[in-house]
Design a protein around this ligand. Sequence first.
Ligand SMILES: [Fe+2]
Ligand SMILES: [Fe+2]
Length: 313
Amino acid sequence: MTEHWDEILMGEHRVMEKVLTVLVGQAKKLVDGGDGAKEARGRIAKSLDFYETFMDRCHNMKEEKVLFPKLEQRGIPKEGGPIGVMFIEHQKEREFLKAIKVSLGADESESVLNKSKDFAELVKDHVWKEDDTLYPMGKKVLSESDAQKLVTGFDGIEKELGKGVHERYHELAEKLVNGTCIEPLIKNLSTEVLSAILDTLPVEVTFIDAEDILAYFNKVNEKKYFARPRAAIGRKVQKCHPQKSIQTVNKLLDDLRNGKKDVAESWIDIKGRKVHIRYFAVRDSHGKYLGTMEVVQDITDIKKLEGEKRIIK
Ligand SMILES: [Fe+2]
Ligand SMILES: [Fe+2]
């Protein structure tokens, strides 16, 4: 299915946000100096190249040459309105990129860091305004035919840029993000909060580590479909199952471990409720097997849903 115009642009925003973490993180390394500084310098230069091409020459042009004119045609004001603000912010982004390049060339690492931080704030704020306000406004005023023309217009911008350029910059972003140590968002959570989140999930979760040892389950003190004693923690999962099912358990874990499967499922009836049981292979960003997660969910009420309920009361 072809992506909708706002999905395309928001998808690009997500890539732009990820590379911001690289830019600021590497600028910090540059300030720290030492062995990592040379590598950091190279990654900053590549990040700037990414923003000049992917963000400014491609993404911003899709907006300035295709989206914004269509929005204006449909009555969203430019001067003194949201489109005018977006134009001003695109110009500010360009000025920041030039200024960071100048500082990088002059070896002024503190200035590279400060300007990169300001640039990151500007971009984050800008994409937030577009995602949250301008695009939803656009969706209200644009017809389905307008929407299709936008997607064709976006393709035109990518062709103008050159064959494969847009994809190459997607790849560059991936390389920059995966090649640098990005702090995971989970660091924002304490064990207490993380535990509460896992207990609030509307599913029963059990985690068996890479050595087949039962390492975790949520909702310890709650009524569950598959209650487990705390004493089971630390035991080999094969020891928690009756002898006759060991072969099935081993086959399942091996398939998930070896990548033959990423997920396996079954569903059963318990006291008139439909219960969905899934086993997911858990892997790190390099594909290394970390364990298996069992997810048990009562889907009785979900199965009954029909139509839509768009307003949450
Ligand atoms: Fe924009
Ligand atoms: Fe944008």
